[in-house]
Write a protein that binds this ligand. Structure first.
Ligand SMILES: *Cc1c(COP(=O)(O)O)cnc(C)c1O
Length: 398
C-alpha cells in the first residue's frame, strides 16, 4: 500500500494565546534526548530532582509534589477525585470557564456541588464566600487563581484563612499562574494545587504538576471508599514517585525531560526575576493596547500579566483578524470562550513567550491589521507606547 500522507512539517508560530505557549529551544531539544526505561536509575534520580524543583516552583515543602502524566485538566481531576468521596459537599467559585469545569469535574466525582458566582472578569472577595461557606459546610473549596477565560487574577491569602476557619480544604487551580506570578503554597496554606506544563512553564502540553499538603493527605488516607479513578489515585502514584518505586503506569519519559529542562530554566532565571519579566512585558503590552483604544476585560487591579484579555474593538471582525494574524504573521492569539466568544481576545505572554520581541511583533502586526479593518487610531502609537513603557522601567531605580 502506498500512503500519500504529507511529511510532517509544522509551521513555526509565535504562540501568544492562552496556551500552549512558545517553547524554549532547550526544552524542545530535551525531548529528543534518548529515552531510558521508566525504572532506570537515571530516570528515578531525575524524578527526585524534578520533584524538588517543583517544590521550589510551588514554594512548598510538601512531600507529595509530582507531575501527573496528562494535561492540566487531569491535574484538576486528580486533586478533586482524591479529596472527594460520593456525597461530600464541595464549594466551587465560578467566574469563568475553568471554575465551571471544576464544578463539572466535582459533580462527576460524586460531590454535592454548590457554586458561588461572580461576573466574568471579576474576582472573589472573602465576603463573597462567607454565606456559601456557612450554608454548604463544604469539605473542599475550589478556586481558580488565574482564570484564563477572563484574565482575572484571584488573590488567595484571605480566602484561604476563611476557608480553613470554616473547616474546609482549599483546592487551587494554578494552571496559568504557576511560573508567571508568585504561587505560595505553604505561606497561603493551600491544601491541594495543580498546574499544567504548557502555560507559563513553556513546555509542551502533557504533564500536570500537583502538590498535596499533609492535611490533604490525611483526608485521602482516611477515605471510606476507593478513589474512583485508578489512574489518578494519589496513594498509588505515591508508591511510584516515593521510595518504593512500584510500577503504576509508564511515565512519559521524554516529556519529563522537557518539564525538567523547563523548570530548571525558570530556576536559573530566578522565580522573582521571571515574575518581574512577566509584569514588565504585560505593562508594555497594556500601554500599547491602550494607545490603540483597546481595553482590558478583567477588573482593574486584578489583571493577569500572562493572560491579557481585551475587548475586540467595535467594527473589527474577530475571526478574520485572528486568522490574518496567524496566516500572515504566524502569530496565534486566543478568541473568547463561552460568554466572551467573539467579543474578547486573549493575548498570552507566558513563560518564554513573555518577551519584548513578542510584544513589539504583536503590536506591529495588530496595528497593520486594525488599519485594514477600518479601526481608527494613530498609526505607530501602540508600538511607541510599548517602547515608552520599556524605557520607563529601564530608567527606574531598583
Ligand atoms: C488551560 C487551563 C486548564 C486546563 O488545562 P489543559 O492542559 O488544557 O487540560 C485548567 N485551568 C486553567 C485555569 C487553564 O488555563
Amino acid at each position: 500500500m502506498t500512503l500519500h500522507t504529507p511529511r510532517l512539517n509544522p509551521p513555526i508560530r509565535t504562540l501568544m494565546g492562552p496556551g500552549p505557549s512558545d517553547i524554549h529551544p532547550r526544552v524542545l531539544s530535551a525531548i529528543g534526548r534518548s529515552t531510558v526505561g521508566h525504572l532506570d536509575p537515571y530516570y528515578l534520580e531525575l524524578m527526585d530532582h524534578l520533584q524538588s524543583m517543583l517544590r521550589g516552583l510551588f514554594r512548598t515543602e510538601n512531600r507529595m509534589t509530582m507531575a501527573i502524566s496528562a494535561t492540566g485538566s487531569a491535574g484538576m481531576e486528580a486533586t478533586v477525585v482524591n479529596l472527594i468521596e460520593p456525597g461530600d459537599p464541595m464549594l466551587v467559585c465560578v467566574n469563568g470557564v475553568f471554575g465551571m469545569r471544576m464544578a463539572d469535574v466535582a459533580g462527576r466525582a460524586g460531590a454535592e456541588v454548590t457554586t458561588v458566582e461572580r461576573p466574568w472578569g471579576e474576582v472573589f472577595s472573602p465576603e463573597d464566600l462567607k454565606d456559601a461557606l456557612a450554608a454548604a459546610k463544604p469539605k473542599v473549596v475550589g478556586i481558580v487563581m488565574a482564570e484564563t477565560s477572563t484574565g482575572a487574577w484571584q488573590p488567595l491569602e484571605e480566602i484561604s484563612e476563611l476557608v480553613h476557619d470554616a473547616g474546609a480544604l482549599l483546592l487551587v487551580d494554578a494552571v496559568t499562574s504557576l511560573g508567571g506570578v508568585a504561587v505560595e503554597v505553604d505561606r497561603w496554606n493551600i491544601d491541594a494545587i495543580y498546574s499544567g506544563s504548557q502555560k507559563c512553564l513553556s513546555c509542551p502540553p502533557g504533564l500536570a504538576p500537583v502538590s498535596f499538603n499533609e492535611r490533604a493527605l490525611e483526608v485521602i488516607r482516611s477515605r471510606r471508599t476507593k478513589v474512583q479513578s485508578w489512574y489518578l489515585d494519589v496513594s498509588m502514584l505515591a508508591n511510584y514517585w516515593g521510595s518504593d518505586r512500584v510500577y503504576h503506569h509508564t511515565a512519559p519519559i521524554n516529556m519529563s525531560y522537557a518539564l525538567y529542562e523547563a523548570v530548571q530554566i525558570l530556576h536559573e532565571e530566578g522565580l522573582d526575576a521571571a515574575f518581574a519579566r512577566h509584569w514588565q512585558n504585560h505593562l508594555a503590552l497594556k500601554a500599547g493596547l491602550a494607545a490603540l483604544g483597546i481595553e482590558y476585560t478583567a477588573q482593574e487591579g486584578h489583571q493577569l500579566p500572562m493572560l491579557n484579555a481585551v475587548s475586540v474593538p467595535a467594527g473589527v471582525d474577530d475571526a478574520r483578524l485572528r486568522s490574518d494574524l496567524l496566516n500572515r504573521f504566524g502569530i496565534e492569539i486566543g478568541g473568547g470562550l463561552g460568554a466572551f466568544k467573539g467579543k474578547v481576545w486573549r493575548i498570552g505572554l507566558m513563560g518564554y513567550g513573555s518577551r519584548a520581541a513578542n510584544v513589539l511583533l504583536f503590536l506591529g502586526a495588530l496595528e497593520q491589521l486594525l488599519a485594514e479593518h477600518g479601526h481608527a487610531f494613530e498609526h505607530g502609537a501602540g508600538i511607541a507606547a510599548a517602547n515608552a513603557s520599556y524605557q520607563a522601567s529601564r530608567s527606574k531605580p531598583d
